[in-house]
Design a protein around this ligand. Structure first.
Ligand SMILES: [Zn+2]
Length: 416
């Protein structure tokens, strides 16, 4: 049984029932796009009586081992592809390169569609089935759409995906293969998101664009990343958690997970959160550093090789809460730093992630160099998606291999 109690507006505190479809707060949402973010509230006092370390340890690693802390009220509606339970890998090679001692990578790209978004969409699509909807619509730069299309295929739901024109071919292919009706939208992912909202009004489709301000369940799957990290560190939180930020749902969700585990008495301390963005699309970092809650207008020219974090907008207070409440840091890294980190992770750890993920590792390296992170601190970087998701970017890191006749004399010239 879920201990989810209600939906609550982060701005005015107004509550909404869990069994009705709402996207944002009716009162605050009229102030503008991305206003009126609504979050799921749980009865953690009651949950505390049912959940303890031994109960959780006895369950198989998975997003759904934490079902009491997720918002699905009817367990028979859960749509799962076997997501979660991803490894936390100690990375001594990358740690040496950054003169640190306790560095871990949370490898989220071993999820079913190769990114953390599977956690998000096992929850979203289960909720859609619980609501009894038959069609969903969303805008996405790639990984979210891939996950959405896969979970819709599994659940037998119709799926409309609006994708920015510049999304990588490997992601688009995966979405179409899964049977989603895919439309390329000119402009930014924000333009596509607005169109998804309008389509939802017009045809009654369930709108699932992954911005917390547009859809209340977006942080719920992500918070299981925090739960798992704590369990994997022997029921301890690390000192620092590095998360790449596009629209920032992920960092907000992960932070919520740590707070809930502390309230449940499962961990003693909380980590400090570091949100990492690309310099060409550092909207949340800039908004945080300016002490504001919203960007005045989305960037029309957000640019970075890391397409998963090219949102160019700070969609409300959700990601900022993580940074502010945890006394965290927002940091921007260049495309060069991102690609260097991607290459270094592959060479020192055998971990091949996409540029959006490598941004987290690049952010760690940068803050180590600036002396903002102590080398002895325990740090975790969340690697959100696989390198094979974006072959076009990875090709910038490598050279074509030489081709020779199958003769040992030819090989000898190369070995020299
Ligand atoms: Zn409100």
């Amino acid at each position: 049984m879920s201990f989810a109690e209600t939906l609550k507006c982060l701005e005015c505190g107004k509550e909404y029932p869990l069994d009705e479809i709402i996207y944002n707060c009716g009162s605050c949402g009229s102030k503008g796009l991305f206003h009126g973010t609504v979050d799921v509230v749980y009865n953690l006092e009651e949950a505390k009586e049912k959940i303890d370390k031994s109960v959780l340890e006895s369950r198989h690693p998975s997003v759904w081992k934490y079902f009491e802390l997720l918002p699905i009220l009817d367990d028979s509606k859960i749509v799962s592809l076997g997501e979660g339970g991803t490894p936390l890998v100690k990375c001594d090679g990358y740690a040496r390169e950054t003169k640190s001692k306790s560095l871990y990578m949370k490898n989220e790209f071993v999820n079913p569609t190769l990114s953390f978004k599977d956690r998000v969409f096992t929850v979203n699509i289960s909720k859609a089935v619980e609501y009894g909807v038959n069609t969903i619509v969303m805008a996405s730069s790639g990984n979210a759409a891939t996950a959405a299309s896969a979970y819709c295929a599994k659940a037998g739901l119709k799926c409309y995906i609006f994708i920015p024109s510049e999304a990588s071919l490997s992601k688009i292919t995966n979405i179409i293969v899964n049977g989603a009706k895919t439309v390329k939208i000119k402009g930014t992912v924000v333009n596509a998101a607005v169109l998804a909202v309008e389509a939802s009004w017009k045809w009654g489709w369930y709108q699932l664009t992954t911005a917390k301000a547009l859809s209340p369940y977006q942080g719920e799957g992500s918070k299981t990343i925090a739960y798992e990290i704590c369990e994997q560190l022997g029921w301890n939180a690390p000192d620092w958690v590095f998360v790449p930020m596009g629209g920032g749902d992920n960092i907000g969700g992960i932070w919520k997970g740590f707070k809930e585990f502390q309230e449940l008495g499962l961990i003693d301390t909380l980590p400090r959160m570091v949100g990492v963005q690309a310099e060409g699309a550092a909207t949340i970092v800039n908004t945080f550093n300016q002490g504001k809650d919203y960007t005045e207008a989305p960037m029309e020219d957000a640019k970075t090789i890391a397409e998963g974090i090219r949102a160019g907008v700070c969609p409300g207070p959700w990601p900022l809460m993580a940074l502010r409440e945890s006394k965290g840091i927002g940091v921007a890294v260049s495309d060069k730093e991102i690609l260097e980190a991607e290459k270094m992770l592959a060479k020192t750890e055998g971990i091949f992630c996409e540029p959006s993920s490598a941004a987290a590792a690049a952010g760690f390296k940068k803050l180590r160099e600036q002396g903002k992170i102590d080398g002895k601190d325990i740090a975790v970087c969340v690697l959100t998606g696989a390198g094979l998701k974006d072959i076009e970017a990875a090709m910038k890191l490598v050279e074509e291999p030489p081709e020779i006749e199958p003769k040992i004399t030819e090989l000898e010239k190369l070995v020299k």
